[in-house]
Design a protein around this ligand. Sequence first.
Ligand code: NAG
Ligand code: NAG
Ligand code: NAG
Length: 773
Amino acid sequence: MAVASPISSFVFVIFSFFLIPATLSIASESPETFIVHVSRSDKPTIFTTHHHWFSSIIASLPPSHHPSKLLYTYHRSIHGFSASLTAAQATELRRISGVLSVIPDRVRFIHTTRTPHFLGLADSFGLWPNSNYADDVIIGVLDTGIWPERPCFADTGISPVPSTWKGICETGPDFPESSCNRKIIGARAYHRGYEAGLGKPMEEIKSPRDIEGHGTHTASTAAGSVVANASFYQYAKGEARGMAIKARIAAYKICWRSGCYDSDILAAMDQAITDGVHVISLSVGATGHAPEYDHDSIAIGAFRAAEHGVLVSCSAGNSGPDPYTVVNIAPWILTVGASTIDREFPADVILGDGRIFGGVSLYSGDPLGETKLPLVNAEDCGSKYCYSGKLNSSKIAGKIVLCDRGGNGRVAKGSVVKLAGGAGMILANLADSGEELIADSHLVPASMVGQTAGDKIRDYIGSDSSPTATIAFQGTVVGTSPSAPRVAAFSSRGPNYRTAEILKPDVIAPGVNILAGWTGYTGPTDLDIDTRRVNFNIISGTSMSCPHVSGLAALLRKANPKWTPAAIKSALMTTAYNVDNTGKSITDLATGEGSTPFVHGAGHVEPNKALDPGLVYDMGVGDYVAFLCAIGYDSKRIAVFVGDPAMVDCGALSLGSPGNLNYPSFSVVFDTNNRVVKYKRVVKNVGSLVDVVYEVQVSAPPPAVEVSVSPSKLAFSRENQTLSYEITFSSVELERVGGATKSAFGSIEWTDGVHLVRSPIAVEWREDSMVTM
Ligand SMILES: *[C@@H]1O[C@H](CO)[C@@H](O)[C@H](O)[C@H]1NC(C)=O
Ligand SMILES: *[C@@H]1O[C@H](CO)[C@@H](O)[C@H](O)[C@H]1NC(C)=O
Ligand SMILES: *[C@@H]1O[C@H](CO)[C@@H](O)[C@H](O)[C@H]1NC(C)=O
C-alpha cells in the first residue's frame, strides 16, 4: 500500500505507521505463511488429534533449508492450520488428500461522546433500559490490543464475570493479571503470523497492551463504562459512554506496527468463538477490492462465528468515494459505513480581505491572535501536499501555509509545517473529499476547509499582493447546522464487487470526530514528535462506526436473547433512517448531494426502533451455503467454510440467483438479456401481536423500474410465524442499458400500522451479464 494515492491516503492518517514497510516483500525462495484448509472427515484414525495429523503432514513435506513451522491449528473458525512453508512445499501440500485449499497469508489494516445522545439512546426508555445495558453480553474486540488503565474500563457497578465466559487474561510484558477486571474479562495476543511475515524477530512487546490507540478507542466505543467530564483538551466535554456500558470486553490483539495478518485474525476468531464471545467487532479489512470469499479470512472466520450464533460487525473500509470499494462484504457480516454526528469543532479561517471561511480543528495549543499573518500556498514553497523535507523554510517561516489534502497524513502535514518554521496551516480538500471535514489534533494552529473554500483561498493567495490570514478556534458546537448525519467521503461504497445481488454496505453509523479512550503509549496524532498523552482522543474512520454497531448488537442480543445474528442485523437494517436532522435525505459529503443505498446501505442505525422491528429477515448457515452454491462455488470451495465437502450438496439447495438470499435489502442487476428480476423473501413476525396483518407499499419506486410485490398483504396468525413473498423488478426503459443512467434507487415498506419494515432497493443496468464472478 503506497501513500501516493490521494484517495486512499485518508485511511492511514491516524494509523500511519500501519503502512507496510518495504521490508515485507518476500523473496521467492524464502518461506511464507500459508493458511491451509483441511477437510474435517479426512483425518486418518492413526492420529489421535488433528494437531498430530497436521504436524505429520508438515513433517512429510520435502525438506528445505528453512525449517517449516506450524504456526496455528484452527478448530472453530476454520478447520486447518497455518504454517511457514516454501512455495515448493505449498505446491506439494495442495496434492495431499484432504487438503481443501492453501492460501498465502495476507496482511490487513485497521480502518469515537455525544454519540449515544445522537443515536437517541436514553436511560429512561428504549434499548438501554430494555437490555440492562447488555449486562452479561461479551464483545470480542479484535484490534491493536487494549490500554486497560483507562477510566472507561473501570468496572465499578458491574456484576461478576459471566459464568459462560471460557477465555483467559493472557499476562505478558506490561500486562499483569490486574489488567483484567469485570469490564475487560479477557485479553490475548496473536503474533505468530505477523512475526513470520516480518521474517525476523519482532521488536514490539508481545502482550495484549495497546501501543497504538486504535484498539482502546474501538473497545471503549463499543462497551466503555461511564466517565464523567471526559474531553480531549477543551473539546467534546461531557459524559463519555460506550454503547453498551455493562457489556464485557474480550480484547484480542491481532494488529501490530505493520498490519494484521490473516493467520493471526483467524486464530483470534477461532479462540473468541471458543471463549464464548457473543459479538465480534472487527475494524480491520483488506485494502483494494474485497477478496474472493474463500480467500478472505475475515469472511471465513465470520461464517464460523455465525454458525455459533456470534454476530460479526465489521468496518466497510475508508477507500471512498470511489465505487466498488466496500470490503468485508460477505452476506453473514454486518458491514458498517461512517457518517457524521451533530457536533462540530469549528475553526474559522479569516482572510486579510475580511472574508471568513468555516473549517474544523482540534488544535489545543496557544491560539493565533487577531493579527493576521502572511499567507502562502504550499505549492509555491516546494510541495503542495506539504511532504516531509520538501517545504522551503525561508519561504514559510512565520507564515500560515495552505496545504492540499491527500498524499500524506493530515496531521503529518501540520508537523511538516511546524518543523519548517510555519506559524499555522490551512488544510484544503480537493475534489476527492469535497466538503468532508475531519477535525484533527494538529500540532500547529490549523483548520481544515472544504474544497469550495480551499479554491477561494488559493485564488486569494494568487491574486492579492500581500495575502494574510488568521484562524479563530471556536471550541465545540452542537446543532443542526451543518445537517447530520452526512456520509463521510472516505466511507467505502458499493456496488458489491463480488456479488452484485447483495447490497453493501449494510448500514451507516457515527464515524467522524468520535471521542473515545486512547493509549498511554503514543500521542493523539501517533506522530513521534507528539509528546502529549491523553485519556481520550477524537479520531475518524469506519473503524469508529463499526464498534458503535457492535455495541448496539450486544444490546439487541440481550434484549432478544433468542434472535440469531441475522435477525439482529435485519432489525438494525429495516429500522434504519434516511432523513437527516433538517428533514432532507442524508447528504453524501463526497458530492454534496443526497446519498444512495450504495453509500449508506439501508441507512443510519436507529437503535430504539431496532428493539422492536416487527418483522425480521432471518437467515442461517444453510442459507449461506445455498448462497455460495448460487455464486458457483463447488463443494471443495464451500468446504473451506463448512469444514468438509461431504457436508455440501448444492443440488439440494435451490436458491437460483444469489439475490434470493433472504437479505433485508435488494440489489438488482438488469442487462440486455435480463429485464425482469424476481426475488423471494421470507419474513418472520417478531412483534408482540400474534394476529397481525402487514401491507406492503412501494414507498419510493426507483425511476424507470416497475416494482410489484406478491402477495401485497401478509396475515400472521401464529407466534414466530414466517410468511413469504415475491418481489418483481421490471426495467421499463430499455435504452438505459448502455445509456448514461446506470443506476436507480428506491425502497419498499411493510407496515402493520405500528411497525415500518423498510428495505432499500438499488438497481443497476449493465452492458452485459457480469452478475457474479
Ligand atoms: C466536572 O467538571 C465540572 C466543571 O468543570 C465540575 O464542576 C465538576 O465537579 C466535575 N465533576 C467531576 C465528577 O469531576
Ligand atoms: C528557498 O527560498 C529562498 C527564498 O525565496 C530561495 O532563495 C532559495 O533558493 C530556496 N531554496 C530552494 C532549495 O529552493
Ligand atoms: C417463539 O420464539 C421465541 C423466541 O425465539 C420462543 O421463546 C418461543 O417459545 C417461540 N414460540 C413458539 C410458539 O414457538
